[in-house]
Design a binder for this molecule. Structure first.
Ligand code: URP
Ligand code: ZN
Ligand code: ZN
Length: 473
C-alpha cells in the first residue's frame, strides 16, 4: 500500500491543478483526479500546495575555505535543507592544485558518507589539469562525467586559491563541450579586484564594508561577459553562478541574445539584502554579510526579480557557505581579507522566495516551482529523477502551506551558524510536510524544525551530461 496525498493543489512549472498523488515506495506512482483510497495511507493536503521538493544547486558543506571550514557538515546542512523544503543539493568538490579530480571526488564522497540526510550531487571545481598539455586532467573530466558529475566549476576569482587563468578555463570549456557537460562559472575579475583590495588595506580600509566596495559590479560584469564569450567560442554550455547585479545581467542578456548557450542563477541574498541596508559601513556585525560577490546597491534587486520572472535568470540558489560569527567571521576582525566569505541560507531559500516573490506578486507560484526545482533538475541533468510531480519520478514532495506564518531566527534554525542573515523576519509561506523518496522526513506542523529521518539516508545522485538542458552543438 502507498501514501495517497489528497485534496491538495499540485503546482508544476506551468500550471496548478487539484490532483491526488499516489506514492509507492520511493516513487510517484500516479498523479490524477479522484484516486481511490483503497487501503492507502491518506495524507490530507487541504489548503496546501503539492510541489516538487526544492533543489538547491549551490551549497558548500564541510568546505575548507578562508582558513577555516564551513560550519554545516553534510548532516546539519542537509537536515536544514529538508526542514526548509529542499530535498536535493548539489555541493562542490574542490580539486586542490597539484592533486587530481579523483582525489577531490573521493574526499567529498567521504564527507557525505553516513551523513547526508537528503539526496545530493557534486560539481567538480577544476583548478589544475596536471602537467604538460593538461591531457591527464582532461581525461579525468571524462571519468567525472562517468561518475555522474556532469558540471564543472571554474573560478575567475580568489587568486592563489581557486582562480584559474583564461587559458585553463578555455581548455576545460572545450572539453566540456565535447562531453556535453555544463561549465559553472564564478565570474569576477579576481586580478583587478586583488589590486583594489591591496590598495584599500594600504589605506587602512579594513572593515567588512570595504570587502563589498573592493568588488565592483563592473568586475563581475566583465568576467560574466568573458566567461560566456569563451564558452560560446567553443560551443560549451555555461551557467553563471550567484549573479548579483544589473551590469552582469546586461552582459548575460546580451550574450543570450547572440545565441550563446548561457544560463544563470541568482541567490536569495541578492534579492532581498543590500549594501545600504546590511553593509552601511558602521559596525563589525556587517561581517555576517561578507560573501562574494558582495551585496549590491538596492536598486539592483528590481532587475533581478524581473529577470527571474521573464527568463534570463533560470534558477534561485543560496550559495550556502556558513561560518559562525563568534569564532569564524572573527578571524577577519581588523582585516576584511581574512573574513571567511559566505553566508547561511539553505534553510530559508523557499521561505524568502515565496514571501518576497510570490506573496508580493513578483513571480507566480508556477514560476516559483520552475526556479526552485524543475529548472534546476533539467539544467543539471536529473530531470528523469527529480524536479516534477510526475509518475515515475522520485517521490521528493513538498507540501507547502502558503498561509503559514514563520519568524526566521538563529535560535530556531537547524543551520549550524550562530546567526541568521534574516533574523526576526516574518514570512508567510512555509514547508508543512516534506517527503524525500517517499519518506516523511519533516513535519513542521507536529515537529517544527526537526528532521524525522535517519542520518545518512541521503544518496548520491548521478547526473546526465545534457548540455544544461540546451541540447548539443
Ligand atoms: O562568499 C562565497 N560565495 N563563498 C563561497 C564560495 C563561492 O565563491 O561561491
Ligand atoms: Zn563563488
Ligand atoms: Zn559558492
Amino acid at each position: 500500500m502507498g501514501i495517497l496525498i489528497k485534496n491538495g493543489t499540485v503546482v508544476s512549472a506551468t500550471e496548478s491543478r487539484r490532483l491526488d498523488v499516489l506514492v509507492s515506495g520511493e516513487m510517484i506512482a500516479r498523479v490524477g483526479e479522484g484516486i481511490r483510497e483503497a487501503g492507502h495511507e491518506v495524507v490530507d493536503a487541504t489548503g496546501l500546495l503539492v510541489m516538487p521538493g526544492g533543489i538547491d544547486v549551490h551549497t558548500h558543506l564541510d568546505m575548507p575555505f578562508g582558513g577555516t571550514t564551513s560550519a554545516d557538515d553534510y548532516t546539519t546542512g542537509t537536515q536544514a535543507a529538508a526542514v526548509g523544503g529542499t530535498t536535493m543539493l548539489i555541493d562542490f568538490a574542490l580539486q586542490s592544485q597539484g592533486h587530481t579530480m579523483r582525489e577531490a571526488f573521493d574526499v567529498w564522497r567521504a564527507k557525505s558518507r553516513g551523513k547526508a540526510c537528503v539526496d545530493y550531487g557534486l560539481h567538480m571545481a577544476v583548478t589544475d589539469l596536471g602537467p604538460g598539455d593538461g591531457s591527464q586532467g582532461l581525461r579525468e573530466m571524462e571519468e567525472m562525467v562517468a561518475e555522474g558529475i556532469s558540471s564543472f566549476k571554474l573560478f575567475m576569482a580568489y587568486p592563489g586559491v581557486l582562480m584559474i587563468d583564461d587559458g585553463l578555463m578555455f581548455k576545460v570549456m572545450q572539453k566540456a563541450a565535447s562531453l556535453n557537460a555544463l561549465c559553472c562559472v564564478h565570474a569576477e575579475n579576481g586580478s583587478a579586484i586583488d589590486i583594489v583590495v591591496e590598495q584599500m588595506i594600504a589605506q587602512g580600509k579594513t572593515a567588512p564594508h570595504y570587502h563589498a566596495l573592493s568588488r565592483s559590479p563592473k568586475a563581475e560584469a566583465e568576467a560574466t561577459h568573458r566567461a560566456i564569450a569563451l564558452a560560446d567560442m567553443c560551443g560549451a554550455a555555461v551557467y553563471i553562478v550567484h549573479l548579483s547585479n544589473e551590469d552582469s545581467l546586461a552582459a548575460l542578456k546580451f550574450m543570450q541574445g547572440r545565441g550563446a548557450k548561457a544560463l544563470a542563477e541568482t541567490c536569495i541574498q541578492y534579492l532581498v539584502l543590500s549594501l545600504e541596508d546590511q553593509m552601511p559601513g558602521k559596525s563589525w556585525e556587517e561581517a555576517k554579510y561578507v560573501f562574494t560577490p558582495p551585496l549590491r546597491e538596492r536598486w539592483n534587486q528590481a532587475p533581478l526579480w524581473e529577470a527571474l520572472r521573464d527568463g534570463p535568470l533560470a534558477v534561485v540558489s543560496t550559495d550556502h557557505c556558513p561560518f559562525r560569527f563568534a569564532d569564524q567571521k572573527e578571524l577577519g576582525r581588523g582585516d576584511f581579507r581574512k573574513i571567511p566569505n559566505g553566508g547561511p541560507g539553505v534553510e530559508n531559500r523557499l521561505q524568502i522566495l515565496w514571501h518576497y516573490g510570490v506573496n508580493s506578486g513578483k513571480i507566480s507560484q508556477e514560476r516559483f516551482v520552475a526556479l526552485t526545482a524543475t529548472q534546476p533538475a533539467r539544467i543539471f541533468g536529473m530531470e528523469r529523477q527529480k524536479g516534477r510531480i510526475s509518475e515515475g519520478l522520485d517521490a521528493d514532495i513538498l507540501l507547502w502551506d502558503p498561509k503559514a506564518e514563520y519568524t526566521i531566527s538563529a535560535a530556531t534554525q537547524r543551520m549550524a551558524t550562530d546567526y541568521s542573515m534574516f533574523e526576526g523576519w516574518k514570512v508567510m509561506g512555509n514547508a508543512a510536510k516534506v517527503f524525500s523518496r517517499g519518506e516523511l522526513v519533516v513535519d513542521n506542523v507536529t515537529h517544527p524544525g526537526i528532521f524525522l529521518g535517519t542520518t545518512g539516508r541521503g544518496r548520491f545522485v548521478k547526473r546526465e551530461a545534457n548540455g544544461g538542458g540546451l541540447g548539443r552543438g
